[in-house]
Ligand binder design. Structure first.
Ligand code: RB5
Length: 149
């Protein structure tokens, strides 16, 4: 599985722990930056990672900014992206099992490295449950397409 990763300056420190979790999950890493702690704009990296996912270049994505909020909002503007803002292991599992999230977002200023490592390991080890959850995810797509429910 190929995992795209992207962050702004607020997520750069956490990126190393996250990359280790991806590697330990036996996944390939596609790093879309940023690569320094210079101030930059999180939508740029949400866009790169989101486009990589919807194009099929990557299977899933991990996004990091200061809180994880801005970069998740930006990613969710891309058609086909379901990005969950995650701060604990239960939500990491549910994001995959119930929401079929194809990306998760974490905050470098709110989540410590050890927790971030476990969140990413948990997310990548969890699989979509389908069934009634598929019907709900289908409704999300209909909303995205401007269709009535
Ligand atoms: C950058 O200072 C910060 O606003 C950004 O990393 C993120 O937290 C936004 O949601």
């Amino acid at each position: 599985m190929k995992i795209a990763i992207g962050c702004d300056h607020g997520g750069i420190v956490l990126k190393n722990s996250v990359k280790q979790a991806i590697a330990d999950s036996k996944c390939e890493i596609l790093d879309f930056g940023t690569f320094s702690d210079a101030s930059c704009d999180y939508p740029d990296f949400a866009y790169k990672v989101g486009k990589a996912i919807v194009s099929g270049e990557a299977d899933k994505g991990i996004l990091l900014c200061g809180t994880g909020i801005g970069i998740s909002i930006a990613a969710n503007k891309i058609k086909g992206i379901r990005c969950a803002h995650v701060t604990d292991l239960y939500c990491a599992q549910m994001a995959a099992e119930h929401n079929n999230a194809n990306a998760i977002a974490l905050g470098g200023r709110i989540t410590d490295s050890a927790t971030a490592y476990e969140i990413v390991k948990t997310y990548l080890a969890s699989t979509f449950a389908g069934g009634r959850h598929q019907a709900r995810v289908d409704k999300i797509a209909r909303i995205e397409n401007g269709e009535a429910l």
